[in-house]
Design a protein around this ligand. Structure first.
Ligand code: SF4
Ligand code: SF4
Length: 187
């Protein structure tokens, strides 16, 4: 079945997850370094306050932190990390499938264009996507999503031996005592 958004769904623009585990806090929308300036400019034009944190960094030595940032993340606007600041939940206009409108749809980040594809070598879809709940194994027509994911992978390619992940310190109130903030060495 061709992939298409479920009627009225906005789940992936609202619900953010703890990743890779609770300690790291909720992640934002992945932003590549060459997308960051454009996203900041779009927010400024729309008079939106946004928070962009680092997400993945690398270093060639085991140091106190990364020497290069491979990806940032656009944090949700709610204190628990949910709801992309570009999602228009107040206006009456809706996207073609009836979900809330993305205010920057044409220039949305590659991560949004790739979703729900989360792995391209052996095509894997995010089972948290509403469409994928029932049709993940039979989804077709995912060329644009696969192409976007492949662009992200190319841009994040690195031979640096040390990978750092940024813990956002953001999550549900009841989880805050389990969540860290700052860079954590992964490998
Ligand atoms: S990609 Fe999936 S979760 Fe996101 S709006 Fe479409 S159906 Fe809903
Ligand atoms: S930028 Fe647009 S498509 Fe991406 S999460 Fe935000 S509202 Fe959704």
């Amino acid at each position: 079945m061709d992939f298409k958004c479920v009627q009225d769904c906005s789940k992936c623009c609202i619900e953010r997850e703890y990743y890779p585990r609770k300690k790291f806090g909720k992640v934002g929308v992945l932003i590549l370094p060459d997308e960051k300036e454009m996203i900041e400019a779009r927010a400024k034009n729309l008079h939106l306050d946004i928070v962009i944190l680092p997400r993945i960094g690398v270093s060639y030595e085991k140091s106190n932190g990364p020497t290069k940032i491979l990806a940032y993340q656009l944090m949700g606007r709610e204190s628990n990390g949910n709801t992309c600041p570009f999602l228009d939940t107040e206006g009456e206009e809706r996207s073609p499938h009836g979900g809330y409108k993305c205010r920057i749809y044409e220039s949305r980040p590659l991560a949004c264009k790739a979703y729900p594809v989360i792995e391209s070598s052996s095509v894997t879809l995010d089972n948290k996507c509403k469409f994928c709940e029932s049709c993940a194994n039979t989804a077709t027509n995912l060329n644009e999503e696969l192409e976007s994911l492949s662009k992200i992978k190319n841009k994040m390619e690195t031979n640096a031996p040390f990978i750092w992940r940024y813990a956002t310190g953001v999550g549900e109130k009841s989880d805050l005592n389990k969540i860290s903030t700052g860079w954590v060495l992964e490998i």
